[in-house]
Design a protein around this ligand. Structure first.
Ligand code: G4P
Length: 282
């Protein structure tokens, strides 16, 4: 694997995020529900520090609900408020304000006691590429409000997006990079589409995908590619070849691999979670 994690990227992102943090009450950390560990930036704690945080397990519609429930409890045990959600879904997105209020409950109560008039909660969205930041911002944004370009430290032209009367969001999300020095993490990020797969061999990825599905979701694999019990337990390269044949790709390994990866990303192989809760907690 030749993928590298560029410290330069990280330093720049860190600077940009730190500058904006002063202007918000809370950070919405977007995490891919299929990758509750691998899609998090390991330096986020350092960057965000004491700023209140709401963890949004996005794309939960694609993830294994049992695993999402386990991960949700785990995040809560770590002291975080967490919401499993789907950024494309109205009902889901509407749960964000109440969840943010829960995180900020003490501060809001204190303000009330002091007679401070309640104002909209100010937030920024943070997350690795492709986790759904723009989708969420587009969904949340009612209208743009005042530019903050005249405030020191905020990028010129930075604007706030208003969601109802209770939430204001910085219109550009903070982009952080995943850390994928661990090849396993790199493969998982590639399988979900978080990093470009042209850096990886498609057939290696597809073989990994097959091994993963066979182990954790054999029924979904069998159903999608019309495979028997016996067929799924042959050697993985042979299994990939068989799927290629069944799909009419003859012996075109590459094409079959690409198809399998696309179908996994699109959820056509059913819901799945690549970061297994047991693997991290055992
Ligand atoms: P980013 O800003 O963090 O880089 O991510 P972006 O919003 O561009 O989302 C990346 C892809 O993930 C998009 O799909 C988007 O539709 C999809 N997505 C975001 N949130 C969710 C979610 O909660 N559930 C599901 N199922 N998908 C989600 P795309 O194929 O790149 O674009 P499009 O075909 O939707 O236009």
């Amino acid at each position: 694997m030749t993928i590298q994690w560029f410290p330069g990227h990280m330093a720049k992102a860190r600077r940009e995020v730190s500058e904006k943090l002063k202007f918000v009450d809370i950070v919405f950390e977007l995490v891919d529900a299929r990758l509750p560990r691998s899609s998090r930036n390991p330096m986020l704690d350092q960057i965000v520090q004491q700023k209140p945080r709401l963890i949004l397990l996005n794309k939960a519609d694609l993830a294994d609900p049992n695993q999402t429930a386990l991960w949700t409890s785990w995040f809560k045990e770590q002291g975080y408020e967490v919401l499993a959600m789907n950024a494309k879904n109205d009902k889901s997105v509407k749960q964000i304000v109440p969840a943010a209020k829960k995180v900020l409950a003490e501060k809001l109560a204190r303000d009330k006691e002091r007679g401070i008039k309640p104002r909209a909660i100010r937030a920024m969205v943070l997350g690795i590429p492709n986790v759904g930041k723009s989708t969420l911002l587009n969904h949340l944004a009612g209208k743009k409000i005042a530019s903050t370009g005249n405030k020191p430290g905020v990028t010129k032209g930075q604007q706030w997006l208003r969601f109802g009367s209770q939430l204001e969001l910085l219109d550009t999300p903070g982009i952080l990079w995943p850390k994928f020095e661990d090849p396993e993490v790199g493969k998982r990020l590639a399988l979900t589409g978080a990093i470009k797969d042209d850096l990886l061999h498609l057939d290696d990825l597809a073989i990994d995908e097959l091994g993963f599905l066979r182990r954790f979701y054999p029924e979904q694999l069998k159903e999608r590619y019309k495979l028997t019990d016996e067929e799924i337990f042959q050697e993985l390269p042979e299994l990939l070849m068989l799927i290629a044949k069944k799909r009419g790709f003859k012996d075109d390994y590459e094409r079959a691999s690409e198809m399998m990866i696309i179908e996994l990303r699109q959820g056509r192989l059913g819901r799945y979670t690549l970061d297994r809760f047991e693997e991290y907690t055992e």
